[in-house]
Design a protein around this ligand. Structure first.
Ligand SMILES: Cc1cc2nc3c(=O)[nH]c(=O)nc-3n(C[C@H](O)[C@H](O)[C@H](O)COP(=O)(O)OP(=O)(O)OC[C@H]3O[C@@H](n4cnc5c(N)ncnc54)[C@H](O)[C@@H]3O)c2cc1C
Length: 478
């Protein structure tokens, strides 16, 4: 296994559980890849960025269960939205069965007008009637796809419905603007998370630093006779007669195995491949057509409490989500207080702000981003106006996810490749899902399935989708 992000860990754990001896090589000194946490030079332990899951992410849920981390993720039923005028909107399932479970809170949702809601209802009906697979307009189901914005326009959505509803949900879920998002991903989010099952939208938020979610992985692999090697970057792939012979490390070291799963980012994998192999197969040749999309995380420490909400979605602002890490993590432990710097120890509240598809922020100086976000937080949360900002950090991830552009699925390779013993995993491989932790775990399970299949002992690791419930189950078998 090369790469100890979620994809590599999911594949490793699944194979170890089925009796394979797994050796996992990760270049960094910790596991978790993009979905991890680490200690900043000033001693502060921060998430690379806040990560959340949804009730419909069944494979991630299964992975957390396997490695004993389920209790480290807390699920919330209520989503709170706040607009610059201070109007609140809540989304929460009521007593009605799916697909009507959100109708009550949606009807009361103050940031949208009646006309906006009617237009949204119309589009939802189209998704519902087709069980998440509408057939039009032209191009929607072609390999090239169409954009989510084009689909919304075909559904005659009001501008405010687009800005305050569709964009709000989808830019954070898919990390891309609506005009650059394949409509199939956008429609799928609403079908799986909001329509087909009344638990699909529930938001799971880790209540520990992300790295702690992987505490059980190493033990799991080692218990089966395997090995997890950190600080072990793979530098090359030796391929002979169209079969992987070894992976190469520093100082000319080589390691061989019965099967090799590369669970590294797609551009890294392309660089590791010998040039003649990289050009030999369309699955490898087209990897550079998969583009990256950025996410910016802004970390604020205030000298007093500025909100009691666990998380809030802001409307019409640069800041999209506000996570109250103090409330989510609980009171600081003696160890965390000792490790943090003196500024943080006087801080009473730690907020993490998330801005997805943050193309505009990439070139901006950090102080400018801090000033902009602080202004918006003080506008949204009156208690923050009196509070002092004790410390702030900005983490820009230029390649946070692959961009879910129309037609991108054409370029995503399957986990089994044309080269013998060479398998792929990673959120960017063909899973049907966008770049998410769920997509990464699915890719890991699919690659593990491919390894067992080729070895002649096929196993199934992939978990079924959440499935329809309520009234939706009456007209769909999914
Ligand atoms: C800022 C940010 C916010 C996000 N928010 C969310 C969210 O809220 N919800 C959600 O579901 N998803 C979110 N995502 C996406 C999610 O983090 C990813 O989809 C997922 O973690 C990808 O996992 P992966 O294993 O495919 O790749 P990675 O996590 O990138 O793992 C690849 C691993 O390979 C290692 N590696 C690379 N090269 C080598 C080498 N040569 N040798 C050995 N090891 C190597 C890397 O160090 C890394 O550990 C977010 C991502 C970012 C960056």
């Amino acid at each position: 296994m090369i790469g100890g992000g979620l994809a590599g860990l999911a594949a490793g754990v699944a194979l170890a559980e089925s009796g394979w001896r797994v050796r996992l090589f990760e270049q960094r000194p910790f596991l978790g890849g993009r979905a991890t946490s680490y200690v900043l030079p000033d001693g502060e332990h921060v998430d690379n960025c806040q990560h959340v899951t949804l009730g419909c992410c069944t494979n991630l849920d299964d992975f957390y269960r396997r490695v004993g981390s389920s209790s480290k993720v807390k699920f919330f039923d209520r989503l709170l939205f706040l607009d610059p005028q201070g109007r609140k909107g809540e989304m929460e399932a009521g007593i009605l069965p799916a697909p009507f479970h959100m109708t009550g809170s949606f009807a009361k949702f103050a940031p949208l007008s009646l006309a906006d809601k009617i237009s949204i209802g119309r589009a939802m009906l189209t998704i519902l009637r087709t069980s998440g697979h509408p057939s039009g307009p032209a191009g929607l189901n072609s390999p090239e796809g169409i954009s989510m914005l084009a689909w919304l326009q075909s559904q005659r959505q009001t501008q405010r419905a687009i800005d305050r509803f569709w964009r709000v949900v989808l830019v954070s879920a898919l990390d891309e603007e609506l005009d650059s998002t394949d409509a199939r991903f956008g429609i799928d989010v609403f079908w799986k998370a909001f329509l087909c099952n009344n638990r699909g939208y529930r938001m799971g938020v880790p209540i520990v630093p992300l790295a702690e979610l992987y505490d059980g992985c190493r033990a799991f692999i080692e218990k089966q006779g395997g090995e997890v090697a950190l600080r072990s970057p793979v530098r090359g792939i030796k391929i002979e007669k169209n079969s992987v012979a070894a992976v190469q490390f520093d100082n000319n070291r080589e390691e061989s195995a019965a099967a090799y799963i590369f669970a590294v980012p797609h551009d890294t994998f392309a660089e590791l491949l010998p040039p003649e192999i990289a050009q030999s197969d369309a699955a490898f040749r087209n990897l550079d057509k998969i583009k990256d999309a950025p996410i910016t995380g802004v970390h604020f420490w205030f000298d007093r409490e500025v909100t009691q909400e666990p998380f809030i979605t802001l409307l019409d602002t640069t800041v999209q989500w506000v996570f109250n890490k103090t409330a989510l993590f609980g009171p600081p432990t003696a160890a965390s207080t000792q490790n943090g710097d003196s500024k943080t120890s006087v801080a009473k509240q730690y907020l993490q702000l998330v801005i997805s598809a943050s193309y505009d922020l990439l070139q901006k100086p950090r102080q400018e981003i801090i000033d902009l976000c602080l202004k918006e937080i003080r506008q949204a949360l009156p208690a923050a106006r009196e509070a002092n900002l004790v410390k702030a950090t900005v983490i820009k991830e230029a390649a946070a996810t692959f961009s879910p552009q129309p037609g991108v699925d054409r370029w995503r390779p399957t986990q089994q490749t044309s080269v013998k013993r060479l398998f792929l995993a990673g959120d960017w491989t063909a899973t049907g899902w966008p770049a998410t932790m769920e997509g990464a775990v699915r890719s890991g399970y699919l690659s593990a399935e491919a390894v067992t299949r080729v070895a002649g002992e096929p196993k199934q690791f992939l978990q079924p989708d959440l499935g329809a419930n309520g009234l939706v189950s009456l007209w769909t078998k999914k």
